[in-house]
Design a binder for this molecule. Structure first.
Ligand SMILES: [Zn+2]
Length: 187
């Protein structure tokens, strides 16, 4: 994995941890809007830290949330409960920031700060594991030239980023031309 990407991921996870710290502090002080906002950013920056490993980034928050779910939740890397956490935080954040009369409840904020703690620590664990992994390889389809990049996986077909070619299911087919694994060679 690219050193620059790892550095960016680390930078973002540190940011997420700072946000989490602020979320806990503001919650303790009874500043619920602030705690909701900071815990949202803790989750958001943690998700961006993961996407940084793949060189992905999005200006819009919905892009981060959607891509994180597609690449990392639906493919089974992270638990589906984390998709719920990110979606709930995202909707509460939209309400508190844009709806004049919305008041976030104490129990919702407490839940979200606790979610953010879990989310950030799961992501940190994942990033530390990734940092230790050896570099990934690419394989090319002999029939059509499509390339399988282990670093990227094939999220459109449910294959998580980082999946080794040898760990692809036996019935894996080239998404372009449909030939099997035996028709691939190292790129
Ligand atoms: Zn092919």
């Amino acid at each position: 994995m690219d050193e620059e990407r790892k550095a960016l991921a680390l930078f973002r996870i540190e940011k997420a941890k700072n946000d989490l710290h602020d979320a806990k502090e503001t919650l303790r002080l009874g500043m619920y809007d602030n705690a909701a906002n900071r815990s949202y950013y803790a989750i958001f920056h943690a998700a961006r830290a993961v996407l940084a490993l793949d060189g992905l980034d999005f200006k819009k928050h919905a892009g981060v949330v959607g891509t994180f779910s597609k690449n990392y939740i639906k493919t089974g890397i992270f638990d589906p409960s984390m998709a719920k956490m990110i979606k709930s935080a995202f909707s509460i954040r939209s309400e508190t920031d844009y709806e004049d009369f919305y008041v976030v409840s104490k129990s919702d904020v407490e839940q979200q700060v606790s979610d953010a703690g879990i989310f950030v620590s799961k992501v940190e664990e994942f990033i530390n594991k990734k940092r230790k992994e050896h570099h990934t390889m690419k394989y090319v389809c002999d029939a059509c030239g499509w390339e399988y990049d282990e670093a990227l996986g094939d999220p459109d077909n449910g294959i998580a980023p980082g999946t080794k070619f040898e760990d692809l299911p036996e019935d894996f087919e080239c998404p372009v031309c449909g030939v099997g694994k035996d028709m691939f060679s190292e790129a």
